[in-house]
Design a protein around this ligand. Structure first.
Ligand SMILES: Nc1nc2c(c(=O)[nH]1)N[C@H]1C(S)=C(S)[C@@H](COP(=O)(O)O)O[C@H]1N2
Ligand SMILES: [Mo]
Length: 375
């Protein structure tokens, strides 16, 4: 036996990582819409203003080559506050339980900045099954919080950091409260690699995304990613929860509304998965559907998921391919589906490993309905 040449070796490696494609010889016919899609808001367009402002990302357009959301398509939850003067010089006050309070300029932050991501961010209120459009992914650049805090060491008593942003709007909102602060432990911010971001996808932040500086906590819900950051306050274990944390208690799966920040569970995203489009194909002369979806969140990457199309049918386990590199960025999966009869189906996913925590999948939060008219 001769040893494989370098070229053979490379070919073997490529074969091992390539994903099987049962649609390679098939013919694409059509896209099948999810139920309710006809009532969707227009995508990629800012609707309303201030606390009610929203921009929905069209997830159905995701491809493996374009997993970073172009900035003008990145979802918006709360637009640039109209009471914020864009000409005033920006500074961030660092105070509370620190040796010496400090005021940081944007230039101080930019001196510490480094690239990070891509990371997926999701609004904790991303609950419309017709689109689930309040989730996007971007590359960021900013100052790691850990480096920022080195500029003024916390007192030994300081255990937590409150990060606050400008949040005053001239109009009261239909569905959310003003006030944007979140309290983290020092350890949570450091281990997540939280940054005070000044750039997104290689350009300065846009106004609606928190210009000139916003917090980005990889793996956490958007509600913790405070925009227009102007204050950092070191606090201790007696700190009460903020109004923002109260508002998002249910959506971040707290037990009731905790009174103290130390009783509040991390607003991090568990393993989650949702179908983003359904394609109708003809494969081997049979009508065949391809369910394409995303998976993200949790502490380890999911290499397998389970899928079910009707409560009366069993879950089927399938491989997520290519294997996700990190739970902090979404990846695409796809599943070959041959429904047995026309009709209404409800697609639900679960982790393949029952030991993996997946709050929202357990609640069928990301279930999507589809009508199949041909099999
Ligand atoms: N100052 C401030 N920061 C905020 C909010 C807010 O209302 N005010 N909303 C939060 C919520 S709920 C989400 S989901 C994200 C949305 O960030 P994006 O609009 O850049 O996608 O910002 C967070 N930061
Ligand atoms: Mo949110």
């Amino acid at each position: 036996m001769t040893s494989p040449s370098r070229r053979d070796f490379l070919r073997l490696c490529t074969a091992a990582i390539a994903c099987p494609d049962p649609f390679a010889t098939g013919r694409y016919l059509d896209a099948v819409p999810f139920s309710g899609a006809d009532r969707n808001p227009p995508f990629h367009r800012l609707i309303d203003a201030g606390l009610d402002a929203r921009l929905y990302t069209d997830l159905s357009a995701l491809t493996p080559e374009a997993l970073v959301t172009p900035t003008n398509r990145f979802f918006v939850r709360t637009g640039f506050p109209d009471l914020l003067d864009p000409r005033a010089p920006w500074s961030i006050r660092v105070s509370g339980l620190v040796k010496q309070p400090l005021t940081l300029s944007l230039r101080d932050l930019e001196a510490l900045a480094r690239p990070a991501g891509p990371f997926v961010t999701e609004c904790a209120g991303n609950n419309d099954p017709a689109n689930f459009g309040l989730i996007s992914a971007a590359r960021w650049s900013g100052a790691p919080i850990a480096d920022v805090l080195k500029k003024t060491p916390p007192l030994p008593r300081a255990t937590r950091v409150m990060i606050s942003g400008f949040d005053r709007h001239s109009r009261t909102a239909a569905s959310s409260l003003p006030g944007a602060s979140w309290i983290f432990t020092l350890e949570q911010l450091e281990s997540a690699g939280a940054i005070l971001a000044t750039h997104m996808n290689g350009e300065p932040l846009r106004r609606d995304h928190g210009w000139p500086v916003r917090l980005l906590v990889p793996g956490w819900y958007g509600c913790a990613c405070i925009k227009w950051v102007d204050e950092i306050t070191l606090v201790d274990d007696t700190a009460p929860v903020t109004s923002q944390m109260k508002e998002f208690a249910a959506r971040t799966h707290q037990k009731g509304v905790p009174a103290l920040a130390k009783e509040y569970a991390p607003a991090s995203m568990d393993l989650a998965a949702v179908p983003v489009r359904i394609e109708k194909w003809r494969v081997d002369d049979r009508i065949t559907y391809r369910v394409v979806g995303i998976v993200w969140g949790g502490t380890t990457t999911a290499t397998r998921l389970r899928i079910r199309f009707r409560a009366s049918e069993p879950f089927q386990s399938f491989e997520v391919c290519p294997r996700p590199a990190t739970p902090f960025q979404w990846t695409l999966w796809s599943y070959l589906w041959r429904p047995t009869a026309p009709g209404q189906y409800q697609i639900v996913l679960k982790p393949d490993d029952p030991a993996v925590s997946s709050w929202r999948l357990d609640l069928y939060f990301y279930a999507r309905q589809v009508w199949i008219d041909e099999v």
